[in-house]
Design a protein around this ligand. Structure first.
Ligand code: NIG
Ligand code: FE
Length: 407
């Protein structure tokens, strides 16, 4: 086990931990062995051979271990900020009204277009580092504030570069169909043609896209327009997902289900037909309590119906400058329980196993099992439920990514 090669490090032990493995919390204290970047063994500490602690390095003792957290829905790369719109909303102007007046997403589009690739990298890096300091080891980042080939490409290149320069897995999602750029006002079909005929082909060719997303809403794109985007995505073998049923029920979830979407996201207005459709297609329901909270939404996603239907629920920050300027995934655990009545276990599954499923990464991410790459968090708490119960930074003792302890 210790090996002869000098490049192999001595195995590391995590002893007597309360283990949430992505699915459940084990009943008794567990010991994990990490060697060569992998979790090689997980055993009850009571059955741990005495020799292990003599021969190997104890990296952590006690506390809680969870898989590395996964933020499966973010808009982390953007220019500027929207603090002034926050003030407008406090004066009673609605998110939809701000969008209709050319603010909202479009004001971020202007700031993002004006920013250089280096500017965007520099502003996104501390946001990503905030997520990482909170235990996140995988982050999905969407484009969608460029709305032209040049500027969407710029955003996606920044997302890829973040993953190359920081110890975190980045998944990119192309969200060209996020909003209608001002130069296409009144010509939404022409813009969708640009998305389908030029942007997706070019960006797929450059390997900048892992999935394709749309915003299906009465202030964004119609079912027919979103379907065109999905058809193109499938031509390029790219999986799809959707911002659907956020402000109204446009039946976007049924469209997503027809295209075997990885996830449907927001879903405050999801109805029974939508639930049955995503159940059949194996699509994850991604809940975004930060947007619900920020927009002071009152229309709850149909949690109990999703639960009864056995649909996996993921939870994400939706980190973005408008509807969810929140860069703390652990806070979403608390909000998912307090606002949406999830149990702490459901919430934790939502940022581990089910978040991995929402990114098509179930085979490699989101659960702790023997043989898996070592991506996990060691927390200074006694029980995993405490992560959802209290809103408290600085509980992360160690963050392990590819077997390396990074904090
Ligand atoms: O996921 N719903 C659409 N898009 C984003 C909001 C982006 C913004 O306001 O800048 C969301 O909430
Ligand atoms: Fe979003």
């Amino acid at each position: 086990m210790t090996g002869t090669s000098t490049t192999h490090q001595q195995p590391q032990l995590w002893v007597g931990v309360s283990l949430f493995d992505g699915t459940r919390t084990h009943d008794e204290p567990m010991t994990l062995v990490v060697a060569d970047g992998r979790v090689t063994q997980i055993v009850p500490s009571s059955e741990q051979p005495v020799q292990w602690e003599k021969d190997w390095n104890v990296a952590g003792r006690g506390g809680v271990v969870t898989p590395g957290l996964i933020d499966c829905h973010t808009h982390l790369v953007f220019g500027g900020n929207r603090a002034s719109e926050f003030e407008q909303r406090l004066e009673g102007v609605s998110y939809a009204d701000i969008a209709a007046q050319g603010g909202g997403i479009l004001s971020t589009v202007n700031a993002t277009r004006a920013a250089s690739e280096d500017d965007l990298f520099a502003s996104a890096k501390p946001r990503l580092e905030a997520l990482m300091a909170d235990g996140v080891t995988t982050v999905e980042i969407k484009s969608g504030y460029g709305l032209s080939l040049e500027h969407e490409r710029k955003m996606l290149r920044v997302a890829r570069r973040l993953g190359q320069e920081l110890p975190v897995d980045i998944v990119t999602t192309f969200l060209g169909a996020h909003a209608l750029p001002p130069e296409y006002k009144g010509r939404a079909d022409d813009y969708i043609a640009l998305v389908c005929d030029q942007m997706i082909p070019a960006l797929a060719e450059e390997h900048l896209i892992d999935a394709v997303d749309v915003f299906c809403e009465n202030i964004a794109f119609t079912i027919e327009q979103c379907e065109r985007v999905f058809q193109t995505a499938h031509q390029y073998d790219l999986p799809v997902k959707g911002h659907v049923e956020q402000l109204s029920n446009q039946h976007g979830s049924e469209l997503c289900a027809r295209y075997k979407a990885l996830s449907v996201d927001h879903i405050e207005w999801l109805d029974e037909a939508g639930i049955q459709a995503i159940k059949r297609s194996g699509t994850v329901a991604t809940l975004l309590p930060g947007a619900f909270y920020t927009l002071r939404d009152t229309h709850m996603p149909p949690i109990e119906k999703l639960r009864k239907a056995g649909i996996p629920m993921a939870i994400a920050t939706d980190a973005n400058p408008g509807s969810s300027p929140i860069f703390q995934l652990s806070l979403m655990l608390n909000m998912a329980c307090t606002l949406f009545w999830l149990t702490p276990t459901e919430a934790l599954q939502g940022v581990t196993k089910h978040a991995a499923q929402a990114l098509g990464l179930s085979d490699t991410h989101g659960t702790l099992a023997e043989g898996r790459a070592a991506a996990f968090c060691h927390w200074q708490i006694d029980h995993p439920a405490e992560l959802a119960y209290s809103v408290q930074p600085n509980r992360l003792l160690h963050r392990v990514y590819n077997g390396e302890t990074t904090s």
